[in-house]
Design a protein around this ligand. Sequence first.
Ligand code: 5GP
Length: 186
Amino acid sequence: MKKGKLFVISGPSGAGKGTICKKVLEADRSIRFSVSMTTRSPREGEVNAVDYHFTDKDSFRRLIETDGLLEHNMYLGNYYGTPKEQVFSWLEEGHNVILEIDYHGAIQVRSSCPECILIFIMPPSVDELRERLRGRGSESQEDIDKRLGEALNDIAHADMYDYRIVNDDVDAAVARVLEIINREEE
Ligand code: 5GP
């Protein structure tokens, strides 16, 4: 059976990656989404095992030590990582898999799975990004400032991606991601 392909979607916090991924998965039910593990606290409305597998730092470190993660990173004092086993079994079953992770993770995935496809979601502008982060209302001003700092760092690494998409229109961005997935499948 044909193996699935691994797609990595990154971009600064607030660029709209989450919304785009959700719509892509609704449009193509054969695609699988890797639910990351994190030690950060759930935001209001976030559901364990749907948005993230929420865990504590000791359990996360044990997973690192036992090689249970495909990649991981520390972001603003919390661990984030991709559980390995589920991703590989989906790929073996022939499913395309999406990881929504930051560029530190993307570098690690590219090194262990060089055939993966890297997609970067750009915000239309830094001002727009600041407004989106504020509008979310879930983070403190200090956290928003830190996220903006990280965002500029993320954008500085956009060149390493195979594709870059400016999210100035969500539906157009979703269509572009689906087009990339279809093209890479051929
Ligand atoms: P948030 O706290 O906004 O959910 O995520 C913060 C950052 O961590 C975002 O840039 C997000 O893409 C990234 N992230 C989420 N899951 C993972 C993961 O499993 N691995 C890595 N390396 N980054 C992740």
